[in-house]
Design a protein around this ligand. Sequence first.
Ligand code: SF4
Ligand code: SF4
Length: 97
Amino acid sequence: MACRELCGACCIAPSIARPYYGMPEGKAAGQRCVHLDARQRCELFGDPRRPEFCARFIAEPDVCGENREQALAILADLEVFTLPPARVVEQLAGVSG
Ligand code: SF4
Ligand code: SF4
């Protein structure tokens, strides 16, 4: 599928564990990336400083849903499903970090 205009859910919901340009501690789940502009577009698109995670992310209906709200919810769920078990327990307990 084509990436949706004015979405940007994949630049907010997932965490990015590794440090990258502009975000020296990486990005926490639910945190808006500093490179996401007002039109929900990546300011680093085509820039080698863009994280590999982002370059590999491909718009898919299973992940992007039918609208931005669905994408945020699906990606938030996937974030929990891909965490190590100890982090899942922390997330469920509401412990950030
Ligand atoms: S969640 Fe999907 S539709 Fe939304 S910006 Fe990311 S790739 Fe595009
Ligand atoms: S670097 Fe670009 S693609 Fe990656 S999370 Fe930030 S805004 Fe999104």
